[in-house]
Design a protein around this ligand. Structure first.
Ligand code: NAD
Ligand code: WQD
Length: 336
């Protein structure tokens, strides 16, 4: 199980996974169309690890090119990060999201079948739980997407379940991430959003560096202790390490497995702002704005299944998430 083909490996989470894979001794081929990333990330992965990895610029929708990449590299396992992820954009352009995420994954699975590759780790999301009725969220909590992006993740999950049912020799790990934040502690790789960030942590770092004037806090009248929404933020390095644990588990556990990757601890928007100040000394000017459509008051994981079955728990706390996000931002004010 030494050759790992990483789709979307030039992106935020995929690049951190590449570091962990190389450090654990795997050989890595990244497939990415660079629609939301740059090859600089991969060069820096090489710099951090002192190891080389291969890269082919390829769109998952280009099935012939994908097949050639499989023929050349002969992967044992696929880690599938490639996808579009902006919730708002998915509402505007649902077909773009279905084509890219769902059709792209159909192509990938077809090529895996043709090439005899039976091991897959898939990037799913807590978004598949929609607005949860009970907390913390377990893997058995009800599923239901509330936007097209979430629907693509859910559709892919169902597709994987059906493929595994038809092919009992397949081993598939579905990892449902909560809110990935932070950056590699080296400050060499991190999140590099195009334009104005949608997500909280990159927005905060852009305000701290002076690129944006202030943070809008989307609502302080929720039914939470301080009125702002609660999320389960998880350090991207912890998340990446969860993938190695899942990959190792595939070797011994056939079939489909599903795990939440979160810390199990929720923080409110105000707590994140306070944490950022504590960890970095930076004050974040903010104003209370109206609620953002589609935001659930509180979302956090029960990560105990991953602890029990994968021997994985998150190690970095909120201060480390903030400090590492800030180090990345300061070292790379323009991104890559
Ligand atoms: P990202 O945009 O940084 O990385 C995704 C990568 O996939 C990019 O490098 C992009 O160029 C590539 N890509 C997209 N479509 C492609 C295609 N058709 N063919 C080839 N390459 C393609 O995003 P990320 O934050 O690293 O997310 C990785 C995965 O994790 C995604 O599937 C995302 O939906 C999922 N996820 C992300 C979060 C989050 O908050 N970041 C949370 C839960 C799940
Ligand atoms: C976090 C909190 C906002 C920005 C998203 C996707 C989800 C998953 C993870 C991929 C919320 C508040 C934010 C701002 C704010 N991704 N906020 N001002 O919405 O929990 O989850 O990323 O699968 O599918 O929806 O993350 O970082 O956008 O927001 O007050 O400028 O910060 O209201 O409470 P979210 P987020």
């Amino acid at each position: 199980m030494k050759n790992v083909l990483v789709t979307g490996g030039a992106g935020y989470i995929g690049s951190h996974a590449c570091v962990e894979l190389l450090e654990a001794g795997y050989r890595v081929l990244v497939i990415d169309n660079l629609s939301n990333s740059k090859t600089d990330a991969l060069e820096r992965v090489g710099g951090i690890t002192g190891k080389s990895l291969d890269f082919i610029r390829c769109d998952l929708l280009d099935r012939d090119k994908l097949r050639k990449a499989f023929d050349v590299f002969r992967p044992d396992t696929v880690m599938h990060f490639a996808g579009l992820k902006a919730v708002g954009e998915s509402v505007e352009k649902p077909l773009l999201y279905y084509r890219n995420n769902v059709s792209g994954t159909v192509n990938l699975l077809d090529v895996m079948v043709d090439s005899g590759v039976r091991n897959l780790v898939f990037s799913s999301s807590c978004t598949v739980y929609g607005e949860p009725d009970t907390l913390p969220i377990t893997e058995d909590s009800p599923l239901g997407a509330v936007n097209p992006y979430g629907q693509t993740k859910l559709t892919i999950e169902y597709m994987l379940r059906d493929v595994v049912a038809s092919r009992p020799d397949w081993n598939v790990s579905v990892l449902r991430y909560f809110n990935p934040v932070g950056a590699h502690p080296s400050g060499e790789i991190g999140e590099d959003p195009l334009g104005i960030p949608n997500n909280l942590m990159p927005y905060i770092t852009k305000v701290a560096v002076g690129e944006l004037p202030e943070l809008s806090v989307w609502g302080d009248d929720y039914d939470t202790p301080d009125g702002t929404c609660i999320r389960d933020y998880i350090h991207v390095v912890d998340l990446a390490r969860g993938h190695i644990k899942a990959l190792q588990k595939l070797a011994t556990d056939p079939g489909l497995m599903v795990h939440n990757l979160g810390t199990g601890r929720g923080y409110s928007v105000k707590e994140v702002i306070a944490g950022f100040r504590r960890a970095t000394g930076q004050d974040i000017p903010c104003r209370i704005a109206g609620r953002r459509a589609g935001d659930a008051p509180a979302v956090y994981a029960d990560p105990s299944r991953a602890a029990a079955e994968l021997s994985w728990t998150a190690e970095f706390d909120l201060d480390a998430m903030c400090a590492d996000a800030w180090r990345w931002q300061q070292k790379n004010p323009e991104g890559y």
